[in-house]
Design a protein around this ligand. Structure first.
Ligand code: UDP
Length: 243
């Protein structure tokens, strides 16, 4: 089941169905690219054909954030629920600990993913984190990074390089990584390591996580000016009657 609007495909699955779908990718050993799509990237994709194609060729695209869920509803393509990168990562770690899937953490500043790994292992006893690599590298490091990932034999690789950099990295490297399921997770390692705080649960429930992030990191203001433009685009699209 999928919803298609603003030129992009989004899979209409709830969290458990998403985890089940990813399990089926792991079982079929074909490798897969998972994108958790937020309003900022969907807006960017309106003006960037390569990004739009990247989203549409991904194996699974989840509605990451209230902006996407709201747009889907407005454009009469409602999706079941928000499936954010960090929530999906945690749900997958829970399943991975149960199933014995090895996990690789790639991204964030040196030391951050290591702390995130420690916390994840405490939260999900038995979780096998088979490899960790920080996210600051040049073209000359590509081969060594791939070699390290391949020799660690993960079932899932979480890439926390920020969007859409992580999505391009996965697109370019997935064909060389065999059967690994790769998913972009943005700044999740910063949160899981304790370096940054996620909004309190009551604010997330009120759909105000974006406001918390803006207040906690005022430097995001430039990025978040996309949000009113995204809302305007959705309303215009609705009035014109074509999603
Ligand atoms: N990052 C990285 N390599 C880079 C640029 C960024 O590993 O070349 C990391 C950065 O340290 C941070 C994450 O990518 O952990 C980006 O976080 P942000 O919250 O900006 O991402 P978003 O969730 O908004 O995509």
């Amino acid at each position: 089941m999928e919803a298609r609007f603003l030129g992009c495909r989004i899979d209409n699955l709830d969290m458990q169905q998403t985890v089940d779908k990813i399990e089926s990718f792991i079982n079929s050993q074909t490798g897969a690219q998972i994108i958790t799509l937020n309003a900022e990237i969907l807006y960017q994709a309106q003006y960037d054909e390569e990004l739009r194609e990247l989203i549409n060729q991904a194996d699974l695209v989840t509605p990451d954030g209230i902006g996407i869920v709201w747009a889907a509803r407005k454009l009469d393509k409602p999706v079941k629920e928000r499936v954010t990168g960090i929530d999906l990562l945690q749900n997958l770690c829970f399943r991975a600990a149960e199933k014995g899937w090895p996990i690789y953490l790639f991204g964030a500043a040196p030391g951050v993913a290591e702390s995130a790994a420690e916390n994840l292992k405490q939260q999900y006893p038995g979780l096998n984190i088979c490899g960790i690599r920080h996210g600051y590298f040049g073209l000359e490091d590509y081969e060594q990074i791939r070699a390290d990932i391949l020799s660690s034999k993960p079932a899932i690789l979480f890439a926390g390089l920020g969007a859409p950099k992580q999505e391009y990295w996965i697109r370019d490297n997935l064909p060389l990584l065999g059967s690994i399921v790769c998913m972009g997770v943005g700044g999740s390692f910063d949160v899981l390591s304790g370096l940054k705080q996620r909004a309190p649960a009551w604010l997330i429930k009120l759909n105000l996580e974006w406001l918390y992030r803006l207040l906690a990191e005022p430097s995001r203001i430039k990025r978040q000016t996309v949000l009113p433009r995204f809302i305007w685009l959705v309303l215009k699209t609705k009035w014109r009657g074509k999603a």
